[in-house]
Design a protein around this ligand. Sequence first.
Ligand SMILES: N[C@@H](CCC(=O)N[C@@H](CSCO)C(=O)NCC(=O)O)C(=O)O
Ligand SMILES: [Zn+2]
Ligand SMILES: [Zn+2]
Length: 188
Amino acid sequence: MSSITLHPLLDQGLSKGDPGFSGGKLHCHCKKNPVEVTLGGNVAHNHACGCSKCWKPAGALFSIVGVISKDQVQVTAGADKLHIVDKEATIQRHACKDCGVHLFGRIEKQHPFTGLDFVHPELSEEKGWQEPQFAAFVSSIIEQGFSPDRMDEVRGKFKTLGLETYDCLSPALMDAIATWTAKKAGLL
Ligand SMILES: N[C@@H](CCC(=O)N[C@@H](CSCO)C(=O)NCC(=O)O)C(=O)O
Ligand SMILES: [Zn+2]
Ligand SMILES: [Zn+2]
């Protein structure tokens, strides 16, 4: 049985981020005229995501994605190459039309996370980005054809890395969503 590739950055073991890190540039994978996005700070809630919608590098089972305030996200080159992958999705993922890499995902509708953009720190050459904190939507990899018989192996690998696994988001993020919902309903 072949070994599992969660994500190249996870398979080599986690390297800790720098709490004083102040941001950097993301680039798509195009050799010529790559799209460039400049982030004015570090990401938060960085996590491995097994959902079918987040961008993953070739061969990876999981995406690595964090959030950052949209005010700290600027497209600094190649804006004309960007398109929205799915206009109906909550997270409007802006991807390069040429290489398919997602540069940022923005929430435009009323939502607990409106104002936060979803980004992939691995698209940056700078070091210091927050390391992944947990694994989310782990069971979602089955929906994409991964064998349910090997889920213990997947969750075990995350455990070895010291990352908790969830089949939705982390408790902190789920609590934030529920708080927003309760406030909207006038219950809090
Ligand atoms: N089983 C589905 C789950 C998709 C899903 O709900 N993804 C989450 C997490 S994305 C980053 O953590 C989500 O919030 N999606 C909103 C959106 O994608 O617009 C699947 O695998 O597709
Ligand atoms: Zn590209
Ligand atoms: Zn996802």
